[in-house]
Design a protein around this ligand. Structure first.
Ligand SMILES: [Ca+2]
Length: 310
């Protein structure tokens, strides 16, 4: 008795494209991404055409709940303002002006607290607008701003763009960011970049407010003349990230009454170790289905149906 076999591959991860999701009532691409997964049904017989069946599992109700959550997040979104985060406001620096501590009058909202920085306009291609800051003027500088209005215990996300003054070494430039009791060092590799192609990189730091008023400080870490370059500083809420997960899969096949069927599975195809999912099932003359639970850490599972003579 040689059993016939059908190999079914179920792919569980989320997908960036939702096929045929006509029920979508929420326009967010971030939401539409990841609301479906599909089951591939493929014959194992070389003389049979591949039968690809795409089955959307995402339920309309699930999508609507997700949309509601997203809209709710929009209602509660709250941004904390950084004054002059792009450094566009301030005394005209010309191409570049070195500011020495302590200077709280040149760059609107910001104080050079220690060392020196270069306040630049069109010296390089800024991340936003025309101005940006080289955190090393003639020595490593500290640029700070005191920000009020934080809700104690709430988590915020600091965002900024970093690049490098590529006019001199070292190639990798670093700066330290401090806000409240949180600090972190960020580095930028300037290899291949120039003043007209800065390679600005967005960096973020999440922190929980421990006080309604906090001081944000960027601290240059390069001595000499060439430091990390800073632009476009902002603080806002940590984005609400939404995901869904399929918790089970239903594997189906057309069954005949004069056969029994053995459904098997395995998680990889590099071994020949198939495992019986359930005991053999008698055919009922119509579509037979079996439910299988998808564990949270299960990236994929392969299914095989053996058709056995009674
Ligand atoms: Ca700017």
């Amino acid at each position: 008795m040689k059993p016939n076999a059908r190999l079914i591959t179920a792919t569980f991860p989320h997908f960036t494209t939702v096929l045929g999701l006509g029920q979508a009532s929420c326009a967010s691409p971030a939401l539409r991404a990841g609301v479906a997964w599909f089951v591939r049904l493929r014959s194992t017989f070389p003389n049979e055409p591949i039968n690809l069946v795409t089955t959307l599992i995402a339920a309309n109700l699930m999508l609507r709940i997700a949309c509601s959550l997203l809209l709710l997040s929009g209602v509660t979104a709250c941004a904390q303002a950084v004054l002059n985060g792009s450094f566009e406001g301030g005394v005209n620096p010309g191409l570049s002006t070195t500011l020495f501590a302590e200077d709280s009058t040149t760059i609107g909202g910001w104080t050079v607290q220690d060392g020196s920085v270069d306040y630049c306009e069109n010296r390089w291609m800024a991340a936003e607008g025309n101005r940006c800051i080289d955190m090393t003027g003639v020595s490593a500088g500290t640029l700070a701003q005191t920000i009020s209005g934080f809700i104690v215990g709430r988590t915020y996300r600091l965002s900024f763009f970093i690049a490098a003054n590529t006019e001199g070494g070292p190639v990798t430039k670093s700066l330290s960011v401090k806000i409240g009791s949180v600090s972190r060092i960020f580095a930028f590799d300037g290899t291949g970049y120039s003043g007209s192609n800065m390679g600005w990189s967005l960096r973020t730091l999440d922190f929980t407010a421990t006080n309604s008023t906090l001081t944000l400080a960027f601290v240059g870490m390069e001595s000499g003349l060439y430091g990390a370059v800073l632009d476009s500083v902002s603080i806002g809420d940590v984005p609400l990230e939404l995901s869904i997960r399929s918790s089970q899969v239903e594997v189906c096949w057309p069954s005949l009454t004069n056969f029994t069927y053995q459904i098997q599975y395995r998680s990889i195809l590099t071994t020949n170790r198939w495992v019986n999912l359930v005991p053999p099932m008698a055919g009922n003359g119509s579509n037979s289905c079996i439910l299988d639970i998808i564990a949270p850490d299960m990236p994929r599972r392969f299914y095989q149906v053996l058709r056995l003579e009674k």
